[in-house]
Design a protein around this ligand. Structure first.
Ligand code: IMP
Ligand code: MG
Length: 189
């Protein structure tokens, strides 16, 4: 496994996730919450976050994938992960969110296409309240006018892995958030 530069340590993550849990608890005013995690990247963040929230909580998972973002040799490598905006649902929630307090949990807010799609989809359920928690935000990459209600860390325009985030499905189990040494490569492996 290549050397990874740590951007955010496991200790810093734990501290911030605990603060986010307190904030979500305060905003819930004693009412139950349904957390909706976006597979697969948000799974680790969700599992830590829900244990820091002190109201009744249940969780759901939703799956999305982005069409047509395969890098071509002519594309600049650093932008090989660019979203195209064509988001597709691969797994829906198992229950209606009507009248519920929903917190959508996402690993990273980048261009904003995924979150725009998911907000529209989930708000269509007519929840009582709808908020978004993201662990990471890269505001400089935004293409859609969307933002989270709870943000763990704002980070610069670098490709990060670990704590649930992947590059080609790898590195999700790194305990810290790390920067890939040379950015994402088209032909790694
Ligand atoms: P958006 O639709 O461009 O906002 O992209 C959000 C999705 O892109 C995230 O859920 C991630 O799966 C992926 N993504 C964006 N930036 C990174 C990164 O730096 N590392 C790993 N995945 C990323
Ligand atoms: Mg991903």
């Amino acid at each position: 496994m290549a050397e990874h530069k740590i951007l955010i340590s496991r200790e810093k993550i734990a501290e911030r996730v605990s603060e986010m849990g307190k904030q979500i608890t305060a905003d819930a005013k004693g009412e139950p919450i349904i957390f909706v995690g976006v597979l697969k990247g948000a799974a680790i963040f969700l599992s830590d976050l829900v244990r820091r929230v002190q109201v009744d909580a249940t969780f759901e998972f939703i799956g999305v994938s982005t069409y047509g973002n395969r890098p071509t040799p002519t594309q600049e490598l650093r932008y090989a992960w660019d979203s195209t905006g064509e988001v597709r649902l691969t797994k829906d929630v198992d229950q209606s969110l009507r009248g519920k307090n929903v917190v959508l949990v996402e690993d990273i807010l980048d261009t904003g296409f995924t979150l725009t799609f998911l907000k529209r989809l989930l708000q269509g359920h007519n929840p009582k309240s709808f908020r978004v928690a993201v662990l990471l935000d890269k505001p400089s990459r935004r293409k859609m006018p969307v933002q989270a209600d709870y943000t763990g860390f704002e980070i610069p325009d670098e490709f990060v892995v670990g704590y649930g985030l992947d590059y080609a499905e790898r590195y999700r189990n790194l305990p810290d958030i790390c920067v890939l040494p040379n950015g994402p490569q088209v032909n790694e492996n």
